[in-house]
Design a binder for this molecule. Structure first.
Ligand code: CDV
Length: 331
C-alpha cells in the first residue's frame, strides 16, 4: 500500500485593510469544507492569512502595528478553524503575525513579534511552529519605494530554526513535515536544513507582489512567478520531498500579489496549480514513497554530501571577492 496523503493548497484572494479577521476565517472555513469534500487530509493556508499583508504599511511606532498580531493561538477568532479541523478530521497550516511575551536571547522577558506558521493536527493540536527566518525588506520607511516592505521593522528573525516533526496525518501513522515562509523558499539553505531531517512534505505560504518593488532596476514581470516556482521546484527536487506552496493573490489595497499556488512532487514537477487570483483550492494525492527514489540515488546525502567543503555556508554571510589571477613570473 503506498503511503498517500491528499493535500490541498488553500489560496486566498485579497484581504483588504478594513476586513476583519472574522471575514478571513469565514472564507478559510469554506475552503476547509471544500477540502473535506474533495478528500483533502491537510490544507495549507498562506503567510499572514488572517489579515492584509500589513508590512506594506508604515507605522511610526511598532506598537501601532500590534492590532495586526495574534496574542493567542487559538484565539476567539481562530477557534472555529480548530473546531472545523476536529469535526472534519483535517490538519491545517496557518500563517499569522505572532506576539509572544517571552525571554529573548539575553533572558529578558519582553514582547516579541514574529511572522509565524503553525501546523495543526486533525485533533486540533498544534504539532509544529515555525517563525520566519529570512525576513525581506527594510526596517525604516524607504522613500524610494512606492510600496513599503517593512518585515524587518515589525518582526524579529525566527528563533526556532527549521524544525521537522513526524506526526500522524490523514490515514498515515507518521509523515515528516516541515515549514518555511515566503522568502525562505528562495534560499537553498532553508530546504537543505529540512532535507537533512528527512522532510517528506514542506508547507509554505507566501505574499509576493507581481512586480519588483525594490527600485534597484528593471525585472520583467513574467520572471516573478518563474523565480518563485523555480525555487520551490528546485528545493523539492534537491531534497526529495513534496511541497505545498500557497499564495495570497489579487489586489490588496492597490497592491497586486501574483498567486500561482502550486503543489510539487519530489521530481520537482508541478502536480497542481491555482489559476485564479481568488480563494481557490487545489489538491493532489501525494505518494510519499516517491521521496525514497532521490534519497536512495542522486541525493543519498549520507553517501555524497561533503560538508567539509561547505564551511562558508555557515561561517560567512555576505559574498567575498575571489583572489585575482596573476600571471606567474617565468622561471
Ligand atoms: N512576504 C515575502 O517574504 N515576500 C518576498 C518579496 C518581498 C520578494 C518574497 O520573497 O516573495
Amino acid at each position: 500500500m503506498p503511503r498517500t496523503l491528499t493535500v490541498a493548497a488553500a489560496q486566498l484572494g485579497p484581504i483588504q485593510m478594513a476586513e476583519p479577521r472574522s471575514v478571513a476565517v469565514e472564507r478559510m472555513l469554506r475552503l476547509l469544507e471544500r477540502g473535506k469534500a474533495r478528500g483533502a487530509e491537510l490544507v495549507v493556508f498562506p503567510e499572514l492569512a488572517l489579515t492584509t499583508f500589513f508590512p506594506r504599511h508604515y507605522y511610526e511606532t511598532i506598537e501601532e502595528a500590534d492590532p495586526w498580531f495574534e496574542t493567542a493561538m487559538p484565539s476567539n477568532e481562530t477557534a472555529p478553524l480548530f473546531a472545523a479541523a476536529r469535526k472534519w478530521g483535517i490538519g491545517f497550516h496557518l500563517g499569522y503575525a505572532e506576539i509572544a511575551e517571552e525571554p529573548d536571547e539575553a533572558g529578558r522577558m519582553r514582547k516579541r513579534r514574529f511572522n509565524t506558521a503553525i501546523l495543526v493536527g486533525p485533533e486540533g493540536d498544534i504539532l509544529l511552529k515555525y517563525r520566519k527566518i529570512h525576513l525581506p525588506g527594510h526596517a525604516e520607511r524607504d522613500p524610494r519605494r512606492s510600496v513599503q516592505h517593512l518585515e524587518k521593522r515589525y518582526f524579529e528573525v525566527g528563533d526556532l530554526g527549521f524544525p521537522v516533526i513526524r506526526a500522524p496525518m490523514g490515514g498515515l501513522a507518521g509523515v515528516n513535515m516541515g515549514m518555511m515562509i515566503c522568502n525562505d523558499r528562495r534560499w537553498p539553505e532553508s530546504w537543505r536544513v529540512l532535507g537533512l531531517q528527512k522532510v517528506e512534505l514542506v508547507m509554505l505560504g507566501y505574499n509576493t507582489p507581481s512586480t519588483n518593488q525594490e527600485g534597484q532596476g528593471f525585472e520583467a514581470h513574467h520572471l516573478r512567478v518563474f523565480h518563485s516556482h523555480l525555487s520551490i521546484q528546485a528545493g523539492a527536487y534537491q531534497n526529495s520531498c513534496f511541497a505545498v506552496a500557497t499564495a495570497k493573490a489579487g489586489v490588496e489595497n492597490g497592491c497586486e500579489l501574483f498567486g500561482h499556488s502550486i503543489i510539487v512532487d519530489p521530481q520537482g514537477e508541478i502536480i497542481a496549480m491555482a489559476t485564479s487570483w481568488d480563494d481557490e483550492l487545489i489538491t493532489a494525492d501525494c505518494n510519499l514513497d516517491l521521496c525514497g527514489l532521490g534519497r536512495a540515488s542522486v541525493f543519498a546525502f549520507e553517501k555524497h554530501r561533503r560538508p567539509e567543503h561547505y564551511g562558508r555556508i555557515t561561517s560567512q554571510v555576505g559574498a567575498v571577492d575571489p583572489p585575482v589571477w596573476e600571471r606567474k613570473a617565468a622561471e
